[in-house]
Design a protein around this ligand. Structure first.
Ligand code: NDP
Ligand code: 8X3
Length: 253
């Protein structure tokens, strides 16, 4: 086995792009996501094109029993994880707090916070056992600032921000780097998920300016991952040129 990276949420967007870029860099991969067919297809494609080993594991990060079942039972060769990318996450809905949908709130809190914690607990213990590693959390500019109707999504990403700093304090003595990559607007399936398949609303998010691509963020993840052993790039914010804050976007049309 080469170096091993575990990427959560690799069935689309930033996670899928990170899988490709890290495979190009020679990592063997464990990729996860709920959509099994999609995950299997991506695994086969990466194995064929990049000649690395890819283990697809389809489970829901919100379900602790599933997380423990799949990660707890990893063959010993695959549990030697060098790099964990905590990427699985989502926004659901965009409502003022008084009109919030409880199920949307729970999906965001359970995925973005609790899912990240479930994965991190297991993998950080693998890393401690083997004497080191690197965890990169995908935060957001929504974890640095807030915007109207973004309430609960922003709160979950502020939690990722706090956890990234807290995890660094807990893990640095174990030779484990903890980093956070915080993107601005990236054109992925994110807005289709947020607006529950409403294509018009999703497309409008990226209209009139050039958003980041998933590959743009994957390249930053790779840069963070490949820094020299003594260097931890602990927090990176990446914006499109046309975006100056969570709510300031220069749209030309
Ligand atoms: P996508 O919707 O394209 O990808 C999200 C990924 O997360 C999918 O692979 C999805 O897989 C996975 N996922 C979601 N819920 C679960 C779950 N319960 N269990 C397992 N996997 C899950 O969006 P992005 O690539 O844009 O999002 C990736 C990360 O980047 C998220 O954390 C998001 O908050 C963050 N981000 C995105 C920005 C953007 O503008 N797009 C900006 C800043 C941060 P599946 O559905 O197969 O389970
Ligand atoms: C995603 C970026 O601004 O849509 O985290 O919340 S934003």
């Amino acid at each position: 086995m080469g170096k091993i990276a575990l990427i959560t949420g690799a069935t689309s967007g930033i996670g899928e792009a990170a899988a490709v870029v890290l495979a190009e860099a020679g990592y063997d991969l464990i990729i996860t996501g709920r959509r099994l067919a999609q995950l299997t297809k991506i695994a086969k494609r990466i194995e064929k094109e990049h000649h690395v080993k890819v283990l697809p594991l389809s489970f829901d990060v919100r379900e602790i029993q599933q997380v423990e079942h799949y990660l707890g039972a990893l063959p010993s060769t695959w549990s030697e994880i060098d790099l964990l990318i905590n990427n699985a996450g989502l926004a659901v809905g965009l409502n003022p707090i008084n009109q919030g949908v409880l199920d949307d709130w729970e999906r965001m809190i359970d995925t973005n916070i609790k899912g990240l914690l479930y994965i991190t607990k297991i993998v950080s213990n693998f890393m401690i056992k083997r004497g080191g590693g690197h965890i990169i959390n995908i935060g957001s500019i929504a974890g640095k600032d807030v915007y109207p109707n973004g309430n609960v999504y922003c709160a979950t990403k502020h939690a990722v921000d706090a956890l990234s700093r807290g995890m660094m304090m807990d893990l640095y003595k174990h030779n484990i780097k903890v980093s956070q990559v915080c993107p601005g607007a990236v054109e992925t399936e994110f807005s289709m998920v947020r607006f529950k398949g409403d294509t018009n609303r999703a497309v409008a998010v990226y209209k009139g300016f050039q958003p980041l691509s998933a590959k743009d963020i994957a390249d930053v993840i790779k840069f963070v991952a490949l820094a020299p052993a003594h260097v931890n790039i602990s927090d990176v914010t990446v914006m499109p040129l046309a975006q100056a804050s969570v709510s300031l976007i220069d749209r030309k049309e």
